[in-house]
Design a protein around this ligand. Structure first.
Ligand SMILES: [Zn+2]
Length: 296
């Protein structure tokens, strides 16, 4: 397979899209909001005890230095803990300081670079993969998967040896459906079958399958029946792409009650913008935010 097929730098991804006015307006608005975060006292909200789950998709070559800088910045006010420990602390109501759990979705090959950066900072990640694309060697299949499922130019994916290497280095492997399907577009029977197959593959390849993240991940991409399928299928946590973080409440939670919120991060973004999202999440955190909230 020719390597030239694959995108290797984030600027190639950006070039493949037109930024448009919406992107520019968003950037300017975020700049203004991020300036407010520098007001005395605002940054201190990050000292609030909480579990902040962050997720990325990629760390391309031209993002590595930025990801490294982001980790160094986050380490000033946070302790990095493995994903499973973060889930556990939220469930047990044992959040005694600011914690960060890093995860990555979709299984791009450059997740290996992310893992190396995490390791340099003493952190472990959770990698949510789609078993059907792992180790795929048909460029036509990869190209179609990226275009149709991820709205992305073609990228190289992890193979099973890479997955094994990640696991051996202490990272967790999570599930993201067999082939990155929008769960809201599946019947409950279809999703039950997908969930069963996925768990079987992960158990065979990795020896465990604990964590699940919904593809696309907004509240409208799944419903309560789908959440039930995930837990009935043997997974112990399910994550979304809804922004927010988790704080202690009045009581511990049952695993099935918890809907994990994760803030999306692109290493290429301005550091001040990423920090702004974290400040927002920390300010808005509530016990109620642990649950599935329809229509909000
Ligand atoms: Zn995804």
């Amino acid at each position: 397979m020719q390597n030239t097929l694959f995108v290797e730098e984030y600027r190639q991804v950006l070039r493949s899209r037109s930024p448009g006015m919406r992107g520019l307006a968003r950037h300017v608005a975020l700049d203004a909001l991020a300036r407010l975060d520098r007001w005395p006292g605002r940054g201190e909200v990050l000292d609030r005890p909480r579990v902040q789950f962050l997720y990325v998709h990629h760390v391309f070559k031209d993002e590595e230095a930025k990801m490294d800088r982001l980790m160094a910045h986050l380490a000033r006010q946070h302790t990095f803990i493995p994903y499973g420990e973060g889930v556990d602390r939220v469930l047990r109501n044992e959040i005694d300081k600011p914690y960060i759990c890093i995860s990555s979705d979709d299984g791009f090959k450059n997740n290996l670079a992310l893992a190396a950066i995490l390791e340099r900072h003493g952190a472990k990640g959770c990698f949510f993969i789609n078993p059907s694309i792992i180790g795929e060697d048909s460029s036509a299949v990869i190209e179609a998967h990226c275009r149709e499922k991820l709205h992305f130019p073609p990228v190289e994916f992890l193979d099973w040896k890479d997955v094994e290497r990640l696991q051996k280095a202490g990272h967790e492997i999570g599930s993201h459906t067999m082939a990155h399907t929008n769960v809201a577009a599946m019947t409950t029977a279809e999703f039950t079958e997908d969930c069963g197959r996925m768990r079987q593959v992960l158990m065979q390849r990795c020896g465990e399958a604990k964590h699940f993240a919904f593809p696309y991940g907004r509240f409208f991409h799944f419903n309560e029946a789908a959440r039930k399928v995930v837990f009935d299928g043997g997974f112990i946590s399910c994550a979304t792409a809804e922004r927010g973080c988790h704080i202690n409440g009045l009581r511990p939670l049952e695993p099935r009650e918890l809907v994990i919120r994760r803030d999306h991060v692109i290493a290429d973004w301005k550091l001040a913008h990423i920090v702004h999202f974290l400040v927002q999440a920390a300010r808005r955190a509530s016990f109620q935010g642990n649950f599935h909230q329809w229509g909000r």
